[in-house]
Ligand binder design. Structure first.
Ligand code: MRU
Length: 354
């Protein structure tokens, strides 16, 4: 399986997603600050993957601490939680993973564990979050494979694959599961301006698995859908609001509108850890704005004149009304999403209100 992120001898090792596909390089983070920087600078990205990274970063911090007692350790730990929470605002998996780690920390302190024992508990908890994410991706992939036709042409946006998760992927997990069940799947990958997650990452990881992939620029999705060359759209999610509105990579909303216009089913694939019942609607989801440079430059080359104003929201919100189903490890949630999302969260163990 693709080594997106790994705990290795007291360090967090990640494949550097800024350099793919040209170079397969790895970044070794030895401090929580290095992990936070890696999340901010997109060495690692994708909602579940940044949750795993933050959890490992917190474990790293507690393991390196020289705190004398649990009070000092707690002060350091909660500061590190703030550091991780300030890296990226939209993907709720980040905050979900931090909450999981806080619960494990508090339980270990309550049980009177020593700082060294607390550190080991947190390392195990972070690894568990990683393993559970892979298991969720495989389970949701199995549910999602049901909606892929025997010879299915799937359009996806951004990268919701192994690189964006603990492994296997959400939208690409659906593709992988369909292929494993003997279906013939051809993927169309939007290049996904301005960071090119589709062209660089989705195409790279699918080709590595021998899955047919066609890269298109974002503006080519319209005619492709109109001409009947796509059977379904599957994308990932950074946050699913209680009413089924979904924040995902900028450009997703455009694809959803096009899919509706041309009667092509539009699915979202996401683990339950991406569902945020405490966010009522998409309007309440904070949308990250990233640097102007991502838009004015391609790599190191300037493509827009200096002085041009730039708007660079990293995500947009697709209204639940445009979504045929939200594929989770608990099954496919169908409209009305208010009920089906709550049921999925309850089945997953009551992680509903955060
Ligand atoms: O800015 P990114 O690359 O972190 O955005 C990633 C996405 O929008 C993905 O589609 C989403 O996180 C789902 S990943 C399984």
């Amino acid at each position: 399986m693709l080594p997106t992120i790994e705990w290795q001898d007291g360090a967090v090792v990640m494949i550097d997603q800024r350099k793919l596909p040209a170079e397969e390089a790895y970044v070794r983070c030895r401090t929580p600050r290095e992990v936070a920087r890696a999340i901010r600078s997109m060495v690692i990205r994708g909602a579940p993957a940044i949750g795993v990274a933050a959890a490992m970063g917190l474990a790293l911090g507690v393991r390196r601490s020289r705190a004398k007692g649990s009070a000092q350790l707690a002060a350091e730990f909660y500061k590190l939680c703030e550091l991780m929470a300030a890296t990226r605002p939209t993907a709720v998996n980040l905050f979900w993973a931090i909450e999981q780690m806080k619960e494990r920390f508090a339980a270990a302190v309550r049980a009177g564990r020593s700082p060294a024992e607390i550190a080991e508990t947190l390392v195990a908890a972070a690894q568990q979050i990683h393993d559970d994410d892979v298991a969720s991706c495989k389970a949701l992939g199995a549910h999602g494979a049901e909606v892929v036709p025997p010879a299915g042409r799937v359009l996806t946006h951004c990268n919701a694959g192994a690189l964006a998760t603990g492994g296997y992927g959400t939208a690409l997990g659906v593709v992988r599961a369909a292929v494993e069940r003997g279906k013939q799947v051809a993927v169309f990958a939007d290049e996904t301006r301005p960071f090119f997650q589709g062209a660089r990452l989705t195409a790279w990881e699918l080709l590595r698995d021998g899955i047919e992939t066609t890269v298109i620029t974002d503006s080519m999705a319209g005619p492709l859908l109109r001409d009947g060359r796509i059977d379904l759209v599957v994308v990932g999610a950074d946050r699913v609001a209680a009413n089924g509105d979904v924040a995902n990579k900028i450009g997703t909303y455009t694809v959803a509108v096009l899919a509706r216009e041309h009667d092509v089913p539009f699915y979202v694939a996401a683990p339950v850890s991406t569902i945020d019942l405490s966010t009522a609607t998409g309007a309440d989801i904070p949308i990250e704005e990233r640097s102007e440079r991502e838009v004015t430059h391609v790599g190191s080359k300037r493509t827009a004149p200096a002085g041009a104003r730039v708007w660079n929201p990293a995500f947009d919100v697709t209204p639940g009304g445009l979504i045929a189903g939200i594929i989770t490890e608990q099954g496919i949630c169908r409209p009305p999403f208010g009920e089906s999302l709550r049921d999925a969260c309850e089945r997953a163990g009551g992680s509903a209100e955060r």
